[in-house]
Design a protein. Structure first.
Ligand code: BTN
Length: 247
């Protein structure tokens, strides 16, 4: 899918030069009764957060943006939006770097040349039908951390002239809207299919690092909840709801 730049994005927008975390700001807005959709973008974050409690280094130059949504869907379905987000971020990177193979790593990282160029942090209130959902995007436009657990890269490092964070958000927001509309109208099936067509390591031996252990096996796909399906050497098909994948 192609992105059509237009500023500001069709949703509401709040820009900060410095903030603790755009996800935290989105949560504060939701707590104060602000209804989404609204994008929050910051030039820098002092407490950028990644998945599983990791720090997300947030010096100026890269994209730090969060979409606050006030969803009507149940939490179980909202988890599917992490794949919508992965597709949108992947489209953004593919649009900037058309010559490069862009892959999606479960659950929602974007890779180029096997290195992570974007990460997504999805958070929702409560169970059942959440009052709010925040989808945070960190995209490495000009720099990347050297000390990340999974090797990282940036658009500049792969030889691409990056857009400004503001233009990057415009493109990302357009891509998000297209995939989100598809999800709203046709459900998870086409999202799952599109995601699998871009998945890194599908059909290959992978390792999944879970909270208490590491699991290994052949990556067979994702189920209708977005959980990872891993065929273990015993033949057992294991369903993994949360973890980190390594190759
Ligand atoms: C990950 O891969 O671990 C997810 C990284 C998500 C980082 C983004 S940057 C914008 C938003 N605000 C945060 O504090 N985190 C997300």
């Amino acid at each position: 899918m192609t992105a059509t730049p237009a500023w500001p994005p069709s949703h509401g927008l709040r820009h900060f030069e410095d903030i603790d975390s755009t996800n935290d700001e989105a949560r504060r807005l939701a707590a104060a009764g602000t209804q989404g959709p609204i994008w929050i973008i910051a030039d820098r974050q002092t407490k950028g957060r990644g998945r599983r409690g990791r720090e997300w280094h947030s010096l100026a130059g890269n994209l730090y943006a969060t979409l606050l949504l006030s969803p009507a869907s149940r939490t179980a379905q909202c988890v599917q939006l992490s794949f919508v987000a992965g597709l949108a971020a992947g489209d953004f990177v593919a649009h900037c770097a058309p010559e490069v193979d862009v892959r999606l790593k479960w659950p929602n990282d974007v890779l180029t040349g096997g290195r992570k160029i974007a990460g997504i942090l999805l958070e929702a209130s409560g169970t059942g039908s959440p009052d709010w959902l925040v989808v945070g995007f960190g995209i490495n436009l000009v720099w990347y951390p050297n000390d990340a657990e999974f090797p990282a890269t940036s658009l500049v490092a792969i030889g691409v002239r990056p857009p400004s964070p503001r233009d990057a958000l415009t493109m990302l927001a357009a891509a998000w809207t297209q995939w989100y509309r598809l999800w709203e109208t046709r459900g998870f099936a086409p999202i799952r299919e599109a995601w699998l067509s871009r998945a890194a390591g599908l059909g290959e031996l992978i390792r999944a690092r879970l909270a208490e252990e590491e699991a290994g096996g052949v990556f067979e796909g994702i189920d209708e909840t977005g959980a990872l399906l891993l065929r273990e050497s015993t033949g057992n098909l294991r369903t993994i709801a949360a973890g980190d994948v390594y190759f």
